[in-house]
Design a protein around this ligand. Structure first.
Ligand code: GDP
Ligand code: MG
Length: 163
């Protein structure tokens, strides 16, 4: 069975930055055919010798927060359908938003493992503001800087361990 990790979250939280980092020098498979794979990037990665596929969800040309509830619903449902593990990414810069809460509400309906990631924690001074995300009612989150890669090792250790 193949392991498929989807990265889900609002525009601009840093999904594509993490996706590209996970792929490193590997080549992304861009599927431009119409249908369910539209606007989705697929790529191969591995951690500790374990191979997996990564999906970068969402229209990667969407540069704003102007995302409709229906579109979010569609993305989340596709992630739930296609993935074996889901990374739900938010960011400390913008804090916890209503849209984040809605996405999490949808994700919780699935029985797939969900890894909560707070991105843009570029230094220790963002660790305290990140505690705001406990308001989601979660026990654990990972703080990440996708820009530098810090925190990705701990996240991948857990994801691969749960395969
Ligand atoms: P997406 O819309 O969720 O795919 O977000 P992108 O990956 O396109 O990133 C949106 C913006 O956030 C870009 O300008 C990135 O350079 C920036 N960004 C991504 N990750 C980080 C991070 O860890 N720290 C900081 N400071 N900026 C980041
Ligand atoms: Mg993107």
């Amino acid at each position: 069975m193949s392991n498929i990790v989807a990265i889900v979250g609002r525009p601009n939280v840093g999904k594509s930055t993490l996706f590209n980092r996970l792929l490193e020098r590997r080549e992304a498979i861009v599927d431009s055919t119409a249908g369910v794979t539209r606007d989705r990037h697929y790529g191969k990665s591995d951690w500790n010798g374990v191979d997996f596929t990564v999906i970068d969800t969402g229209g990667y040309d969407v540069g704003t927060d102007d995302i409709f509830e229906e579109e979010i619903r569609k993305q989340v449902q596709l992630a739930i359908d296609e993935a074996t593990s889901i990374i739900f990414m938010m960011n400390v810069e913008e804090g916890l938003t209503d849209t984040d809460q809605e996405i999490y509400r949808l994700l919780r309906r699935s029985n797939k493992p969900i890894y909560i990631v707070i991105n843009k924690v570029d230094s220790s001074k963002e660790e305290l503001p990140a505690t705001e995300f406990y308001q989601l009612g979660i026990d654990k989150y990972f703080t990440l800087s996708s820009a530098t890669g810090s925190g990705t090792g701990d996240l991948l250790d857990d994801i691969v361990n749960d395969f």
